[in-house]
Design a binder for this molecule. Structure first.
Ligand code: PLP
Length: 408
């Protein structure tokens, strides 16, 4: 599928921290991607929940092109229109009153963790510095975000990690009272875990955390880097449960393919990110922000989010039908267009093998852990695309089940 010299050149030229599939991607159109040899793939992962509007979206591309002709970068020494307009659009869509722009999810979480500590510090609570996160979470690879990521496999080799982090089991209300205390500056949680296996907490869990944070005076941070910006069928995933945080982090879909992250906060908490306390050179980059504006404008069309909900349902119903036939899934779960199908542990193949088989048949997908087959397609896909994807999933599973059927 790829001229092997490109793979060899990549192996030579890159540090070895990635192991990309042997596909040299060249262009995209809508929900399809084409490789260098002209092979077409249906994109069911959107570059890990990023390409929310698909590829070569006319409005998105023209906004970006027009902005590139005006000015690429201003820095925060000066103002630019797109960043102000995007921040205003964002503030009109949620609980928050202030936006800090950055470039990635890890950076947004780094800012959120710093803000939680600074807010406590500003109130004279220097002993209140603990950050609580949940087992199976993923918050990014920079040091504080990595430390908040409560999965030991990501920590190996990077110790000593920053101090003052504490982990609680995900989706267990019984530990909240003991785990979230007067020493807690902030609690960070994904309203639905993505990398940790597409795990939806029991209704009420987020509310219980909110209540406990209120009791002890800790701030609540929702990491919506993967699940925010329409992915779940709501503008923000926490709107499913009507529980509002004090701080929220966004990235991935907000830039629709350009590097853009944001940390947003209520007026009261956000005020602690006082002048000079935090910054990044590229924050509020005008080109990334015009992309964000197109995304937020798309989200404001009611049919857009209704499609996400309908396609997500269609996908989950279809996967459950496949399960009725093959008995291959432990569980199919998700919200909107972030869907995980957990393979039964006794199967003789893992999620990676299923991803590979789908790729051979023209579908791009991904895993979340060893056992979970993950789908996060562009939010613009239609009914026929989901039908196509489901038929490929079925033929891929059929092949794997037959290849690996246990010896009698
Ligand atoms: N938070 C969540 C929930 C994520 O899923 C990710 C990335 O997968 C991150 C943070 C880190 O984002 P980035 O890779 O842009 O730093």
């Amino acid at each position: 599928m790829i001229n092997s010299s490109w793979k060899d050149r990549a192996t030579e030229a890159f540090t070895p921290n990635y192991r990309p599939a042997p596909l040299l991607l060249e262009r995209g159109e809508g929900v399809h991607i084409f490789d260098a040899e002209g092979n077409q793939f249906l994109d069911m992962i959107s570059g890990i929940a990023v390409s929310a509007l698909g590829h070569n979206h006319p409005k998105l591309i023209s906004a970006i092109v027009e902005q590139t002709k005006k000015i690429l970068h201003t820095s925060n020494l000066y103002l630019n229109r797109p960043s102000i307009e995007l921040a205003e659009l964002m503030c009109a869509s949620g609980f928050f009153d202030g936006v800090y722009f950055c470039n990635s999810g890890a950076e947004a979480n780094e800012a959120a963790i710093k803000l939680a500590r600074k807010y406590a510090h500003d109130r004279g609570h220097n002993e209140r510095n603990e950050i609580v996160s949940f087992v199976g979470s993923f918050h990014g690879r920079t040091f504080a975000a990595l430390t908040a990521t409560a999965q030991p496999k990501y920590h190996i080799g990077f110790q000593p990690l920053p101090e003052g982090f504490r982990y609680l089991p995900f989706d267990d209300v019984s530990v909240l009272e003991e785990g979230i205390t007067e020493r807690t500056a902030g609690v960070i949680i994904e309203p639905m875990q993505g990398e940790g296996g597409v795990r939806v907490p029991t209704p009420g869990f987020l509310k219980s955390i909110r209540d406990r944070c209120n009791e002890v005076g800790a701030v609540l941070i929702f990491d919506e880097v993967q699940v925010g910006v329409g992915r779940t069928g709501h503008v923000f995933a926490h709107q499913f449960e009507n529980v509002e945080p004090d701080i929220m982090t966004l990235a991935k879909g907000i830039g629709a393919g350009l590097p853009l992250g944001a940390m947003v906060a209520t007026k009261e908490v956000g005020a602690s990110l006082s002048y000079g306390s935090h910054a990044t050179t590229y924050g509020g980059n005008p080109v990334a922000c015009v992309a964000g504006k197109v995304v937020f404008e798309a989200l404001s069309e009611p049919s857009f989010l209704a499609n996400v909900t309908a396609r997500g349902e269609q996908l989950m119903v279809g996967l459950r039908k496949i399960d009725e036939k093959y008995e291959c899934f432990q569980e199919v779960r998700g919200r909107g267009l972030l869907v995980g199908a957990e393979l039964k542990p006794e199967l003789h193949f893992d999620a990676k093998a299923l991803v590979g088989e789908c790729r051979n048949r023209g579908i791009l997908s991904h895993i979340a852990g060893l056992q979970v087959f993950r789908l996060a397609p562009p939010l613009i896909l239609d009914e026929s695309h989901v039908d196509t994807a489901l038929s490929v999933f079925e033929s891929s599973i059929d092949k794997l089940m037959n290849d690996f059927s246990p010896v009698a």
